[in-house]
Design a protein around this ligand. Sequence first.
Ligand SMILES: Cc1ncc(COP(=O)(O)O)c(C=O)c1O
Length: 420
Amino acid sequence: MSDQHASIPEAVRAGRPTVWLNPHRRPTAEVLPGLAYGLADVQAAEARWRRFDPLLKALFPNLETGRIDSALLALTPEVAAHVGGGADAALWVKADHDLPVTGCIKARGGVYEVLVYAEALALQAGWLTTSDSYARLATPEIARALSGHTVAVGSTGNLGFSVGVMARALGFQVEVHMSHDAKAWKKRRLRDLGARVVEHAGDYGSAVAAARAAFAGRADAHFVDDESSVDLFLGYAAAAFDLERQLRAANVTVDAQNPLHVYLPCGVGGAPGGVTLGLKLLYGDAVRCIFVEPVAAPCMLVQLAAGLDYPVDVYAIGLDNRTAADGLAVSQASMLVAGTVGALIDAVVTVEDAALFRWVRDLWDRAALRLEPSAAAAFAAVAPSLAARPDARGATHVVWTTGGALLPEAEFQAALGMGS
Ligand SMILES: Cc1ncc(COP(=O)(O)O)c(C=O)c1O
């Protein structure tokens, strides 16, 4: 290890579970005005989602409102006390594990970016004006025209699926580049959709790099860049409006006296980073965003703790990026995300794989939540986080469950078995 990494705690380098309170965090009033993206950008993303409601409703019959959003579930006091390590915290679940269409949070960014691309092509070709109902895009003629274009993405699985479902539904060709640790069933599911799956021997970062290089300069293709796409980021950020609406409907007040703690599993950082931007824009310092990463792949913690403006990966500090949380198996954080919301992230908690499996089991037994290990990470972080910040016990806590409902039964049973 070089001296540049001395600010990364010893426990993190040793792969031990850690609660890292971000020493670089600054008040939102200082940070937000200097960012490249603000409320108007997130509102524009939200408005684009709403323009597409009629199309999504037409393409996905189970989507009654056209909205890709999940329920906000209240945990019973018994389950909440169990999750909070005995603290009687008010605990909610933002149930993106059951997000319609894709069963994972990555749809918020991945579906959104496909919509951005389709809208640009359609407006340019004159198939659509902004005053038309976007349901027009579901016609066979437009699908045929879009089939001359490819949407490509590098993914550990869930982003590829989200991009793949949406892009195939519109008629696009789809190519997904996947890392060695991507689950076989996630590759199969993509091929079943009609996507081309390209497998790479390296990790997620090298799959993304290979796909980026393969599609550079292609006028007939769009590459969804999980590491640096602003559209992905803003698509995720719009989720803040959904949570805000639901908390208001549940009469939950969020202000300086009644803070909100949100636990977000983090891979490359796009999903949790976008949600953080949106929530900080809406609630300021009253919301505290806690990222959760596997002990073997704490890429955001490493990047933020190193405090450097060039990428630092987890291999540089002796970690191996090997985790059962495939969605979080990322060695290097997005520099877009680290640079944009690094000073807004309140804490990063690292968790062991064994804990993920225990929480998959526990949440199924106690609350019938069907989670994949990556999503269970958020639960594993609540008690350690509360122990590190006892002042947070009276806060409202939202655990963002990021994937799992579409896990094949055999995969889910295997995960349950690992947690018994
Ligand atoms: C289930 C699940 N949770 C969380 C994440 C993390 O999202 P991000 O990589 O944008 O940080 C992923 C990423 O694929 C995921 O699949």
